[in-house]
Unconditional design. Structure first.
Ligand code: MG
Length: 294
C-alpha cells in the first residue's frame, strides 16, 4: 500500500492509493480518526496495517482522483529531526574520503549517525531552494528512508521489521562547504528546502526484509548514483537494534539510511547542482522523487 499526504481543495490530508493506483482513499473516509500523516501513524501503531488493508479492500465512496490532487511529502513535518546515517555504503565512504583528502582504511567498525532538521519536507515535483547567497557546492544524495510505525525501545535485530511502517525516498540535499566548515553536518544539511521526500510511503509488507532494492539518482536525466540497498554497511535491522537500545524511536521517526557513491562531490571534477537542474531519486518498488533546483 502507498500512503500519501496530499492537497485537495486547499486542505492537507492523509490517505492511501487505491489498488489500481488512480485514486486516493482519504484516511478519514476509511474510518481512521486523524488530521494528518503524523496522526495517522499514531493510529496505525495501535491498529496495525492489517486493519488498513481490510479497509482498503472494502473500497471507498469518498475516493478522490489522483490527478485532482497535489501530492505533498508523505510526512511534511516530521515530529522530530530525521536520523541519518553517514557514509553507509563502502564506495561512498571512499569517495567522501577522497573529497576530504583523507585516507580511508576500508573499515567502518561503527555506524555514523547524525540528524537533519526538516522544517518542511519538499513535495514531489517541488523545488529545492539552493540558498545560493550562502551555499557553494550544493549536492544531492538519494537515500532509502525507513519510517518507524510504533515506538521502538530495546528492539533486537530479529524483531526490527515489526517496528517498520514502510519506506520512502529522501534526497539528503547537502551544502558541502557549510557541512565541512562547521565540523558537524547538521547545519549544512538542514537548510529550508533541503529534504525532498516521497512520493509516498510504501508499506513494509510489500518488501522482503531486509529490503534489497536498486537505488539510483539522475541529474538532468544523466545517471549519477546506481547501487542497491543490499550494500548498506549497517543494515536497517542493525540500526534499529543499536539505536533503540539506548533511545526510544517514536512512531513517525524517519531514518535515512545513507547514500551510495556518485554524489556530485565524488566526480573529478565535482558535479555540484545549479539553478534549473532536475534531480531524480529512484528506488525500486517505491518510485521516483523528482525535484528542481531553484
Ligand atoms: Mg546522506
Amino acid at each position: 500500500m502507498k500512503l500519501v499526504t496530499y492537497l485537495y481543495e486547499g486542505r492537507e490530508a492523509a490517505g492511501v492509493l487505491s489498488p489500481d493506483g488512480t485514486e486516493i482513499y482519504p484516511a478519514k473516509a476509511l474510518g481512521f480518526a486523524c488530521e494528518n500523516m503524523n496522526g495517522w501513524i499514531d493510529v496505525l501503531a495501535g491498529e496495525g496495517l492489517s486493519a488498513l488493508k481490510r479497509a482498503v479492500g472494502r473500497g471507498c465512496e469518498e475516493a478522490v482522483a489522483l490527478d485532482q490532487v497535489t501530492l505533498l511529502a508523505p510526512i511534511p513535518e516530521p515530529k522530530q529531526d530525521m536520523i541519518c546515517l553517514g557514509i553507509n555504503y563502502m564506495a561512498h565512504a571512499e569517495e567522501s574520503a577522497r573529497y576530504a583528502e583523507e585516507s580511508f582504511g576500508g573499515e567502518r567498525p561503527y555506524a555514523v549517525y547524525f540528524s537533519k532538521r526538516v522544517g518542511e519536507a519538499v513535495r514531489p515535483e517541488g523545488e529545492i531552494d539552493g540558498h545560493f547567497d550562502m551555499v557553494e557546492r550544493l549536492d544531492y544524495e538519494v537515500e532509502l528512508a525507513v519510517v518507524i510505525g510504533k515506538d521502538a525501545k530495546g528492539v533486537p535485530k530479529e524483531k526490527a521489521a515489526d517496528y517498520i511502517l514502510g519506506y520512502t525516498i529522501i534526497n539528503d540535499v547537502s551544502a558541502r562547504v557549510i557541512q565541512s566548515r562547521h565540523k558537524q553536518w547538521y547545519f549544512g544539511k538542514s537548510l529550508d528546502g533541503f529534504t525532498p521526500m516521497g512520493p509516498w510511503i510504501v508499506t513494509a509488507d510489500e518488501f522482503s526484509f531486509p529490503p534489497r532494492l536498486a537505488i539510483q539518482s539522475k541529474v538532468n536525466g544523466e545517471l549519477r548514483q546506481d547501487s542497491n540497498t543490499e550494500l548498506l554497511i549497517f543494515g536497517v535491522d542493525h540500526v534499529i537494534e543499536e539505536l533503540s537500545k539506548g533511545m526510544t524511536l517514536k512512531a513517525g521517526t524517519v531514518i535515512a539510511t545513507g547514500t551510495p557513491a556518485g554524489a556530485g562531490m565524488g566526480f573529478e571534477p565535482p558535479q555540484f547542482l545549479k539553478t534549473g537542474d532536475t534531480v531524480e531519486c529512484i528506488i525500486e518498488g517505491i518510485g521516483t522523487l523528482k525535484n528542481t533546483v531553484k
